[in-house]
Structures are given as structure tokens and as C-alpha cells.
Design a protein around this ligand. Sequence first.
Ligand SMILES: *Cc1c(COP(=O)(O)O)cnc(C)c1O
Length: 453
Amino acid sequence: MTTKQEWIEKDLKYVWHPDTQMKQYEGSDFKPTLIERGEGIYLYDLDGNKYIDGVSSWWVNTLGHSNPELNKILTQQAQKIEHVLLADFTHIPAIELAERLIKLAGEPFSKVFYSDDGSTAVEVALKMAYQYWYQKGKPEKKYFVSMTDSYHGDTLGSVSVGGIDIYKKIFNPLVFETLKVCAPYCYRCPKNKQCTDCAIDCIKEVEELFEQKHGEIAAMIVEPLVQGAAGMRMYPAEYLTKLRALCDKYDILLIDDEVAMAFGRTGKYFAFEHAGIKPDIFCVAKGITAGYIPLAATITTDKIYNAFYDDFSALKTFYHGHSFTGNPVACAVAVENLKILERDNIIESLQPKIKKLEHCLEKFKELKHVGDVRQTGMIGAVEMVKNKAAKEPYDFAERTGHKVFKEALKNGAILRPIGNVIYFMPPLIINEQEIENLTKIAYNAIKTVTEMN
Ligand SMILES: *Cc1c(COP(=O)(O)O)cnc(C)c1O
């Protein structure tokens, strides 16, 4: 029998892990944790140790791991048809899911374009927006506006609209040119305001840019309410409301990248609901299958769709499709996910959990090296700083966040951080006691790492 140690050796021999400097494992006790199974919010390693999945396995899981109902649908669908192409063919799971998504999103949404993951959903949105303007006779509208420190995926198109150096800088010679506006990062407000006197002044920069360049701008793409990969930076919904108005005024499309936020994370199905707006195009992935298997969708309106709808010879077809577009197993799981969310009132049931998280986060403010504590719905984040008064960050190379992660892991919680930001994004089915357990482990880990020396 292969022992755990042998599996890990083979892992390090053959597997190149994502976002990971593989050399860190050389000569270190710290190795990848080998997970054997999952149940609910817990993951179990090969030795049977149990961990709370505090980050929903990279923001995907919502209804718990190895969920019996989702497992059942997955196997049933695989026995009927595991995959079939979606051009000139269709299947009931793809149809049923599209209908449900459109009904959930409400007017004016009318069409669902499937792809495989968040990055591809964003690629689809960008190409759709550009081709829309092209077919409207405005090919000069070719620029996309996005925020500094934005994240929209790891493929080159999505990296182009991204703004985080570690993902982008090396590839700058390869990506297409985009326009950037300052992100509304409230803890380090670009306008030096406090939340109490904030009048969303940072939106003025957007208006100036739109005013100058709207003739060449196709769309603005945003992460709604939370810039996830930037470190769970959060901003008020009012920003989105104002942005929608500006996009209307200057005839610019609004692309809402809901890949991380949709299906409950913010306390609603879609984050745009908090702002009382509707984007022109929005992207969903991650939670669409409850985090089970890859699937994504780019959802839009007849306004966009009609610009593509013409005789074949007019050459307005949207020539974009992935091998696994609308995979039946993935769509069947997604339909079941939406049925469970509705049947069990999952979104409504989040309110007391959100309150509980708020209460548990309060305690972190007293920690000497916690500069900011923030929350949007079921997401909580704690930003650690070297010096609280000066908001001085820990040096990148110190890996303070990673040290906290390792400490918490020993105590049964998975909190894979972003730089100096420790965050909680647990599966939605977590209960109040478990929120307390998770945050307690994090609190102790931060205290141990930042106050020990
Ligand atoms: C995760 C994420 C993506 C990329 O999704 P993948 O499935 O990893 O390709 C895009 N946009 C946002 C906002 C994300 O959080």
C-alpha cells in the first residue's frame, strides 16, 4: 500500500500546484495537505484530521462537500448523458438551468451563454461587448475600463482587465491595453476620507474618464462590492448605483463579474441587487454548481443579443465555444443547487449567520496587529498590519498571512490568506456555532503569530 508520505513525494514529483512557489516545500516540514474526503463544511485528511473549510475551497463551495443530494443528481445525469456538444444539439439540464437563471436575475435579462469557469465567462463577456459595438457600427469602442487591483481571472483576456501586479506585471507585454480607475478601497481611501464623510468621491475619476473617452470605451468591468483577490476589499453598493448611471449617460456597457459573489455570498442571490441596478452583462461561475464541478455562464439582455441576431450571411455570429460548453452533468448539478437554495430558503437563512459573523469579527479589532476588519454578507476579512496607527503593512516577504494560515491549519481551520489579509468565506450551510469556532481559531492564530515576538 502506498503510504501518505509516498503520495506526498509523488505529488511533489509530478504535480505543479497553482499559485505556488514549489521550492517552499523543499527541506520543509510544511507540505500540501492530502485531503481524502469531505462532508458538510469539513475536509478530512488521510490521517482523519478534520478541518473547517473556511474559504469554501477557493470560494466555490456553498452547500457543503460531498453533498448527498448533489451526488445523486451527478451520478443520475452521468448515467443518462455525460456530455454532448451544445451547437445544433441541446439537453434538458442546459435549458432548465438557463430558464432558472433568467428568472432569478429578472428583467431585462434574457439569454445565457455557457462556458467552463470564471475566466472563460469573463472572456465571453469582453468579446461579446466588443462585438456588440462592432456590429453597432462603432468598432472604435475598443477599450475596457477596470479598477486598480481588480481580478477577473488568469487567462490573458481576463488578465488584461485585471490589475494585480503578481498576476499581471510579467505579462504586460502580452496583454491588451485597458483603462484603469482607482479602486474604492475604503481602508486606504484614495481620497483620504472616512466612511462617515464619504460621498463616493472616487466615482468622479470614473466620470472624468468617461467624459473624455466614452467614444472609445466599450465597457466597464467590475467586481461587485468586494474585490476578492485584492484581499477582500469592500466598497459601498452606492458606488455601483452611481456607476450604472454613468454608464447609461455615456453609452458604456456595464459588465458585472459576479463569479465570486453570486449565489449567496453577499446575502443575496446576486450582488447587483444591493445596488438596485442591472448590469448589461454579468458573469457567474464558482457557486453556480455549489462549487461541485466547473461551469460558468455569461448572462445578458436582448439589447446585446439582438445585435448578433441576423441572417447567416450577415456574419454576426458569436464565434465562441468551448468543448465542454454547457456540460450536462454540470448543468444538472447547478439546477439541483438552485432547487435546494429555493427549497431550503438558504439565502433568507443567511441573515442570522451574517449577524453572528459580524459579532465574531468585532473581537478582532482589539488585536494589536489588526488594522481593519470588514464584512460583506457571509464574507469577513481581517487586514493585519505591522503598525496600526500608520496602517503600515507587513512586508510581502515576511509571509505573515501564510504563518497564520499554517498555525490555523494545525488547529483545524483552512484560512488560506491573501497576503496580510485573513478572510472567512465559509460554505453557506455553516451554522452559528461553527462560525464561532472558525473565527476563534483565526483569532488565536493571529495573536500567536503577530504578538509572540
Ligand atoms: C475566481 C474569479 C474569477 C476566475 O474564475 P476561475 O473559475 O478561477 O477561472 C474571475 N473573476 C472573479 C471576480 C473571481 O473571483
